[in-house]
Ligand binder design. Structure first.
Ligand code: PXL
Length: 281
């Protein structure tokens, strides 16, 4: 039977992020995407102009129909969440639809470069810590990892020992697979650090590193491309490590294409050009 994933995220018209990226990517991997909108935007928030319609007040009724239809999901993936109330709705969604055979991927979109987004009040950070307990896979960047653990953001060089300690600490709260994305190791390379309790159980080291060459600047929606490839491949039986390797390779190809064609960073990744690489995964 074909599998399906609930994508709890915003619907953004222009700029290639969130559901507009995640739905086509998981669809290419033969997984049915079920959209649960958190907000509707005409363009993402990096543009000077955008229309924003918060969907929080409608989410409970929207979700209610899935309960009445007795739908089940093979995975639930969450992304940017706009308010405490919304995080609470997502936690309730997970409590309702979590079962022994599905998994939860939480992308704790909270901040970047050591700074939290403006919407992140201390209360919301606390609520996100609650959501993290339900995650099987979590994909924080370094800012989000530190925030979830109340650690100071490292201003100097980040070491593998520091990453290991933080991931071990976060794994104690629930997530079995932690993918710390986009770590700036030096001027030319970016690392993705994977902490995986499955690896430890198999007697191996409990972490892996996927390095990628830095080309061009940061592009909007990159995290959404990465988390949807991880969710789709993990659902299709690959390890998180293999999924991260593929995601890193896929993103590199998209960035190279965007740079060659002078596509602005906030237009996101031209993932459409490489969709054929995902169809046999
Ligand atoms: O994950 C990127 C993203 C998602 N959703 C909205 C955004 C952005 C990035 O800016 O503005 C609304």
């Amino acid at each position: 039977m074909q599998k399906k994933i609930a994508l709890i995220n915003d619907v953004t018209g222009f700029g290639r992020c969130s559901i507009a990226v995640m739905a086509p990517i998981v669809s290419a991997m033969k997984i049915q995407a079920v959209t649960v909108p958190t907000a509707i935007l005409s363009a993402h928030t990096q543009f000077p102009e955008y229309y924003f319609d918060d969907y929080t007040s409608k989410m409970t009724d929207y979700i209610e129909t899935y309960k009445k239809l007795q739908l089940s999901f093979d995975a639930i993936a969450t992304g940017f969440l706009g308010s405490m109330e919304q995080v609470e709705i997502v936690i309730n969604f997970i409590k309702n639809f979590k079962n022994d055979n599905n998994f939860i991927l939480v992308d704790p979109v909270m901040g970047d470069y050591g700074k939290l987004y403006q919407t992140y009040t201390p209360q919301m950070c606390e609520k996100m810590k609650e959501l993290v307990q339900y995650a099987d896979i979590i994909t924080p960047n370094l800012t989000e990892l530190c925030t979830l653990l109340d650690y100071e953001y490292p201003r100097g060089k980040i070491t593998l020992d520091m990453l290991h300690e933080m991931c071990k600490e976060l794994a104690k709260k629930g997530p079995k697979h932690i993918v710390v994305t986009g770590i700036n190791l030096n001027q030319t390379q970016i690392a993705n650090y994977i902490y995986d309790t499955d690896l430890a159980e198999s007697g191996d080291d409990d972490f892996r590193i996927v390095m990628v060459d830095r080309i061009g600047g940061d592009r909007s929606g990159t995290g959404d491309v990465i988390s949807s490839i991880i969710a789709g491949m993990y659902m299709n039986g690959y390890s998180v490590y293999d999924a991260v390797k593929k995601a890193a390779d896929f993103v590199s190809k998209c960035i190279r294409y965007c740079e060659e064609n002078k596509v602005p960073n906030h237009y996101g990744l031209c993932f459409e050009m490489f969709m054929n690489e995902l169809v046999n995964l």
